[in-house]
Design a binder for this molecule. Structure first.
Ligand code: ADQ
Length: 408
């Protein structure tokens, strides 16, 4: 039983420039994922399932759709005053400016920490797909009498320059931390991997407040670049190894543990393959650790005919006769007309794919109509003229303006 008082700041202001065009009109945490979720739902579900339910969501860039989503999906308890997800935009408290960085975002809201007087503050990113019992990280933090604990896991060395890279001893005590190093050091014993920060931190509340004040005085604004290196010389910092510390059986985790940074179109597209199949790498169905999302009250999907293989259907979708869908994800209120062929596609909400169209390796963002007989995903040069094509060859049809509902 956890007795510490914990509040959480979820950093949801990320711009997500490598997810363009999905982030043209929304922030990265607000990008839809799977058949009914948004990326932000994963961290929020992890916190709530871990009984950490005093949550401030710090938003900034193009936050309207995120604010709407939180309003509709994340009312935790109308009765208990300490259980909420509150959206905090810049300048809501003491700040006079746009958040300059992650640490500045928390610093501008330091009065919330003073008000709640928690023992611990969880500062978590909002950009990842994973399932995590944060209580296990908190127990690890307390067992080591840690001041700051960073969740971390091994990543391929070739990708390590986009992360904070950690060196730690066998107990997990951190002796070096470098934010996005040009030449990351490999893990001892495995030259192909590096030990990367997941961007999720547990802070002793007093240590955090002191560090934020010092950073502000020094004109510093970022956790990875400033706060953590500053504390490393003076405090006890530990790395919680998410890949090995997970206690199997306490909650049915994926084996091996699943964590994906869906920061680029290709990574985002590939992560969707992980939720498909009979035994997905990341199973959305887990009654002990549900992923919460919108409380949409529409009807279930309607399949009038056609052939569906390894495909997920969102609520109120309609699949017409003769359609053939393979390895695809269809979000809500979308209509797939007669003789449409979809292969490896993500089709978002409020889309109509008209008769006979063929799409392969395509993401169609919300509010679109794909014309009858159209071909997308077969000729990157042609697709490039109309849409966006990723480095890995995924065509993205940007958000449209069609206000469309499944009922004609
Ligand atoms: P990045 O994700 O590259 O690295 P950053 O862009 O600061 O770092 O984003 C961290 C989180 O804060 C994201 O969830 C983002 O949405 C949010 N965010 C960014 N700017 C914000 C702002 N001004 N206001 C509010 N929220 C903001 C971080 C760590 C690395 C670690 C990786 C893991 O710095 O050390 O390895 O996460 O992905």
């Amino acid at each position: 039983m956890q007795t510490d008082r914990i509040i959480a700041f979820v950093m949801a202001g990320g711009q997500g420039s490598r997810l363009q065009p999905l982030t043209t009109a929304r922030s990265k945490p607000s990008v839809p994922f799977g058949a009914r979720y948004r990326i932000v739902d994963f961290v929020l579900s992890n916190l709530v399932n871990s009984q950490i339910q005093t949550i401030y969501l710090l938003v900034q860039y193009k936050s309207q759709s995120l604010i709407e989503h939180v309003r509709k999906a994340w009312t935790i308890s109308p009765l208990l005053q300490s259980q909420f997800v509150t959206v905090v935009p810049p300048q809501m408290m003491s700040g006079t400016h746009w958040f300059q960085g992650t640490a500045d975002a928390v610093n501008q809201n330091i009065a919330l920490i003073e008000e709640h007087r928690p023992d611990l503050v969880a500062v978590f990113g909002a950009d990842h797909i994973y399932r995590m019992d944060i209580r296990q990280m908190v127990d690890f933090h307390k067992a080591r009498n840690s001041d700051v604990t960073i969740a971390a896991l091994p990543v391929p060395l070739a990708e390590a320059s986009s992360f904070g890279v950690i060196a730690a001893d066998e107990e997990g005590r951190i002796n070096a931390f470098e934010e996005k190093p040009a030449n990351p050091s490999p893990l001892p014993g495995d030259p192909t991997m590096a030990f990367a920060s997941m961007g999720n931190y547990i802070f002793d509340a007093k240590v955090l407040m002191q560090a934020l004040r010092e950073c502000e005085a020094a004109g510093e604004s970022d956790f990875g670049q400033h706060v953590l290196p500053r504390l490393l010389n003076t405090h006890r910092l530990f790395a919680y190894d998410f890949a090995t510390n997970v206690i199997p059986g306490v909650h049915p985790y994926e084996t091996p543990v699943y964590w994906r940074d869906v920061g680029s179109i290709d990574a985002y597209f590939d992560a969707h393959k992980d939720v498909l199949g009979a035994e997905p790498a990341f199973d959305m169905f887990n009654p002990e650790w549900p992923v919460f999302s919108s409380g949409y009250q529409g009807p279930v999907a309607r399949v009038l005919g056609g052939e569906l293989r390894n495909t997920l259907l969102g609520a109120a979708t309609m699949i017409h006769d003769g359609a053939r869908l393979t390895n695809s994800i269809i979000r809500r209120e979308t209509v797939i007309e007669e003789d449409v062929v979809l292969e490896d596609c993500i089709i978002m909400d409020y889309v109509r794919i008209c008769r006979g169209a063929r799409l392969r390796n395509v993401i169609v963002d919300r509010h679109n109509v794909i014309e009858a007989g159209d071909r997308i995903g077969f000729d990157p040069v042609k697709d490039q003229q109309r849409f966006h094509v990723s480095a890995g060859g995924v065509t993205v049809v940007p958000m449209g303006r069609v206000s469309y509902f499944a009922r004609d």
